[in-house]
Design a protein around this ligand. Structure first.
Ligand SMILES: [Fe+2]
Ligand SMILES: [Fe+2]
Length: 193
């Protein structure tokens, strides 16, 4: 299936609650703007933004059941914190049941919650736009937005760092993929690779 913004928009409108749709449109707009600014494909960015949370409102036990059936559980932490599964579940569904073939968009949807080492620029874009879209309001969110505008890779590192601090302060578990993502981005920025 060819990637089309209106198809992805229809899916989002059909599946999501009003509140989640507002967030989703915020991610799509901000991802589109950042993509244009950084010379990435704005259609892919908007489409990935529109479908990134497609599975978010599915009951957690259903997400877990699908993740088991589709072999998407990679870490013991996935089952302990199943809220991290909605990205991989949505990406799998889009690929295998909806027929979406765009690997870049599928990866951006799958990895928007935890990140992963060796993220593509589109994956960074959706990960970061999810945290900093215009409806998000927390101290220093404007600093993160500016950092993303200045340098997508460095801005994404700042977003991952913000998330790690937030989790540590809240004494919440840190998924190994988020720590690996941070370490990888830091290495890439330090060594220019
Ligand atoms: Fe999400
Ligand atoms: Fe989201």
């Amino acid at each position: 299936m060819i990637l089309q913004v209106d198809e992805m928009m229809n899916l989002a409108v059909r599946v999501l609650s009003e509140e989640r749709l507002i967030h989703t449109l915020g991610v799509a707009d901000w991802a589109d703007e950042l993509a244009r600014h950084h010379g990435l494909d704005p259609i892919k960015a908007r489409c990935a933004g529109l479908v990134h949370d497609l599975a978010k409102e599915m009951p957690i036990k259903d997400q877990l059941g699908l993740a088991r059936r589709w072999d998407l559980l990679c870490y013991t932490e996935d089952e302990q914190n199943p809220y991290v599964l909605h990205g991989p579940v949505a990406a799998y569904w889009l690929e295998h049941f909806y027929g979406l073939e765009d690997a870049d968009v599928l990866a951006a949807v799958a990895n928007h919650t935890l990140g992963r080492p060796e993220m593509s620029l589109l994956e960074m874009l959706i990960y970061s736009a999810d945290l900093t879209e215009s409806n998000r309001d927390f101290p220093k969110v404007d600093n993160l937005r500016q950092s993303l505008y200045d340098d997508l890779e460095k801005g994404t590192l700042d977003c991952v760092k913000h998330t790690l601090i937030y989790l540590k302060e809240g004494k919440r578990p840190i998924h190994p993929l988020t720590q690996l993502t941070y370490d990888d981005l830091q290495r890439r920025i330090n060594f220019g690779t």
